[in-house]
Ligand binder design. Structure first.
Ligand SMILES: [Fe+2]
Ligand SMILES: [Fe+2]
Length: 186
């Protein structure tokens, strides 16, 4: 198994959360506002998608690839890192808008939806680039020893970020939100 399989599996759960967020946006626009769904999505994005998943990409995978001839600057890695930062801006905007909405500012709903959609659209095109280009690139250039080291570092990083129970909790949280929004989970 390629070490990037761990990251691909995480992409599948993140994609499920993107569908939840898009469904929450549509409901909000129809007047069925569910701020708690947005808050749970933000918790997932900050911790599971960013700290856990982007953490492994930035600190381990994209830090290793330059040692094997894929430049960090001016190439696809730089684009991926830039997009991670863009995602953080949307999340910051979503958090601020949600706080304003909860304080009674109805107009903040628009900003909630636009930041959530911005994030969904960004990640929706970021993930296929990693699955289809960046990860295969790493699989092509990294020698077996480096892949073993990558897998080892991923396991170490996972232990630092979440307990197994917390990790399982995020899986459960996505399934619960899918259920709440009437989406079919696989
Ligand atoms: Fe990424
Ligand atoms: Fe990713």
């Amino acid at each position: 198994m390629e070490p990037t399989q761990v990251l691909k599996d995480e992409h599948r759960l993140i994609e499920r959360m993107l569908k939840v967020l898009e469904a929450a946006c549509q409901k909000a626009e129809q007047g069925d506002m569910r701020p708690l769904v947005f808050e749970k999505a933000v918790d997932f994005i900050k911790n599971y998608a960013d700290r856990n998943h982007h953490g492994k990409e930035e600190d381990i995978l994209y830090a290793t690839m330059p040692q094997y001839g894929i430049p960090k600057e001016g190439g696809p890695i730089a684009v991926m890192l830039y997009e991670h930062d863009d995602g953080r801006k949307f999340v910051k905007g979503l958090v601020e808008a949600t706080e304003n909405y909860k304080k009674g500012n109805q107009a903040a709903l628009k900003a909630m939806v636009s930041n959530a959609r911005g994030y969904v659209n960004l990640l929706g095109q970021h993930i296929p680039k990693e699955d289809g280009i960046l990860y295969p690139m790493s699989e092509a250039v990294l020698p077996p020893k480096a892949k073993e080291e990558l897998a080892r570092q991923f396991v170490e990083a996972d232990k630092k970020v979440f307990t197994p129970a917390q990790r399982a909790g995020y899986l459960r949280a996505v399934a619960e939100l899918e259920h709440e929004l009437g989406l079919n989970s696989k």
